[in-house]
Structure formats: structure tokens, C-alpha cells
Design a protein around this ligand. Structure first.
Ligand code: NAD
Length: 291
């Protein structure tokens, strides 16, 4: 039987509608959620991602600003700007679009963002909090995947979850989140010897590699839940995921498409993190804390 497709676009719209209500409540209480996105250089994909993030803010009522620097900017200028934004009580979220040009030390930039405003959840303090099971900001893509599983009422306790990809932004935080829900987690990566051995025993399979159509139906356990994080462009110009959707949907029970699956959820969770930061700011103002 063909798998049911999880509609990430529809869920993203529902969650954004709920966020609009939270934003209105915050504004009435005197706090306007605000996100600043820093873009360095002219990478075409980064420009599209940043534009989508800014548009998402506009749709939900979050104030957004985009600071765009030329690719040869002196990193000190960006570090100084981040320090100003850290100190600005009207800013809830700061996001630096990756990748950065070669003169930047990416990890130093991520460390410079205040953990309280780190809406991407990449700061070491937030990674640590997530790993210890007390997250403050959850990285947006795995957060979106968890919301999809929650919406589909997937019980994760005792399930075999296999993640392909071990990046800091997807694979590793995805593992921490699935582990926290009681799944038995395996992380596969470029050095994994027999990938199909692992994928075939996955009740929940998350593909986050960036290789078009590498996971085929025969690599999937019948009845599995397949989450495709990959975004790849074929020579024809068509977008596709890491999973061969057509063959996988014959074996899986639930599957996410590309486009229209995890992608729309990622931006929605960035907006969610920004609203959560603003709610914390509002609560501390109500409590009379200095800000
Ligand atoms: P990355 O390049 O940082 O990591 C890729 C991972 O794949 C690595 O850990 C590597 O070990 C693993 N890998 C490479 N070849 C492999 C192989 N043959 N077998 C098993 N594992 C292998 O990438 P990333 O930033 O984690 O992104 C992964 C994909 O997800 C990309 O296509 C990216 O565009 C996409 N992405 C999508 C969203 C979204 O919102 N949908 C968000 C972030 C990333």
C-alpha cells in the first residue's frame, strides 16, 4: 500500500496561524518580537533562504531586519554588530546565515551570539542544554521534524530510529531529540560501512545527507516512517530529496515529500524560536527584571 504523505506546507501554515495569535498577545502586552538576520556575501541560495525567513516574519507579525554585508567585509565589523544586537533589549533573535566567507571563523561567530538570542540553537550553551534534555532553543530543522512526528501521533518510545548525516545543524540535534523521546538511535554517516543494513531496520528513518535520491524503496523497512531532510537540485532543475520518493512510498507508511515537507517547517520553527524568546523577554519584563 502506498505511504501517506506528510504535508509539511499545510502543517507550517497551521503553526504560523497559531504563532500570529501569540505575536498579537505579546504586542498587546508591550513586547514586539524582533529578529535580525545577518547575511554576508552574495551566495544565491543564502539570499533565497534569508528572503524566505524575512517574509515568514512579515506574515506572522515579527519585526525583522536584514543586515547585508559584502563578501570581503572585515569580520570585526560583524562581531561588533552582533555585540550591539546582543545588548539591544528590543531584539529577541539573531541569526547569521551560513556558510560565511573564508575570512570568518564560523564557530567564533556562532559563539559571539548571546545564547538567549540564538534562535538557530547553534551556540555551544544551547547544544549542551539540548543534550542534557533541557533545551532552550532547538535547531529549527530537527525541531520541525519533531513537530511533524507529533502531528502524526508517532509513538517513538522503543522505536528504532536511524539518522543518515551527523551535521551539527541536522543529524546530531535530531539524534538528541529522538533519544529524548525514547527511541533507540543510530547515526549513519560518510564512513558507515553498510548503510542499507541500518536503514532496513529503521522504524523511523531520517535522511540528511544532500545526495539526490540515494535512499531507494528497497533500503526501507516495510511500514517505516521516512523523513527526507535533503534538498538537492537535479540537472533538469527539479528539486528532490535524498530519498527516491516514488520507490520509497511503495514501502513506507508515512513519508515527507521534497519540496513541501521538512523545508516549510524549518522556517516555521525559526519563527517559533523567535516568539519563544520574546515570550521569555515579556515574562521577565512583567516580573520587573532589568532588561
Ligand atoms: P552536511 O553536508 O553538513 O552533512 C551531510 C552529512 O551526510 C555528513 O554528516 C556526512 O557524514 C553524511 N554523508 C555524506 N555522504 C554519505 C553517505 N554516502 N552515506 C551516509 N552518510 C553520508 O549537510 P547538512 O547541513 O546536514 O544538510 C544535509 C541535507 O539537508 C542537505 O541537502 C541540505 O540542503 C538539507 N537541509 C535541508 C533543510 C530543510 O529545511 N529541509 C535544512 C538544513 C539542511
Amino acid at each position: 500500500m502506498a505511504a501517506v504523505t506528510i504535508d509539511g506546507k499545510a502543517l507550517a501554515l497551521d503553526l504560523q496561524a497559531a504563532l500570529q495569535i501569540r505575536v498579537q498577545a505579546l504586542i498587546q502586552a508591550g513586547t514586539r518580537p524582533a529578529l535580525t538576520v545577518i547575511l554576508v556575501g552574495a551566495d544565491a541560495a543564502s539570499q533565497v533562504y534569508v528572503r524566505n525567513k524575512v517574509q515568514g516574519c512579515e506574515r506572522t507579525g515579527i519585526v525583522s531586519a536584514m543586515l547585508h554585508y559584502p563578501s570581503d567585509v572585515d569580520p570585526t565589523i560583524v562581531f561588533d554588530r552582533i555585540a550591539e544586537l546582543n545588548a539591544d533589549p528590543a531584539i529577541d533573535g539573531i541569526l547569521v546565515q551560513l556558510p560565511l566567507p573564508a575570512q570568518f571563523d564560523e564557530s567564533a561567530i556562532l559563539a559571539a551570539i548571546s545564547p538567549d538570542k540564538d534562535v538557530d540553537g547553534f551556540h555551544a550553551a544551547n547544544v549542551g542544554a539540548l543534550t542534557q534534555g533541557a533545551p532552550r532553543f532547538i535547531p529549527c530543522t530537527p525541531y520541525g521534524v519533531m513537530k511533524m512526528l507529533e502531528k502524526e501521533k508517532v509513538e517513538l518510545k522503543g522505536k528504532e530510529a536511524v539518522i543518515i548525516g551527523r551535521s551539527n545543524i541536522v543529524g546530531k540535534p535530531m539524534a538528541a531529540l529522538l533519544l529524548a523521546k525514547g527511541a533507540t538511535v543510530t547515526i549513519c554517516h560518510s564512513q558507515t560501512r553498510d548503510l542499507a543494513f541500518h536503514t532496513r531496520r529503521a522504524d523511523v528513518l531520517v535522511a540528511a545527507v544532500g545526495r539526490p535520491l540515494m535512499i531507494t524503496g528497497e533500503m526501507i523497512k516495510p511500514g517505516a516512517i521516512v523523513i527526507d531532510v535533503g534538498i538537492n537540485r537535479l540537472a533538469s532543475g527539479r528539486l528532490c530529496g535524498d530519498v527516491d520518493f516514488d520507490s520509497a512510498k511503495e514501502t513506507a507508511a508515512l513519508i515527507t515529500p521534497v519540496p513541501g515537507g521538512v523545508g516549510p517547517m524549518t522556517i516555521t520553527m525559526l519563527l517559533t524560536n523567535t516568539v519563544e524568546a520574546a515570550e521569555r523577554r515579556s515574562a521577565s519584563v512583567q516580573a520587573g527584571a532589568p532588561h
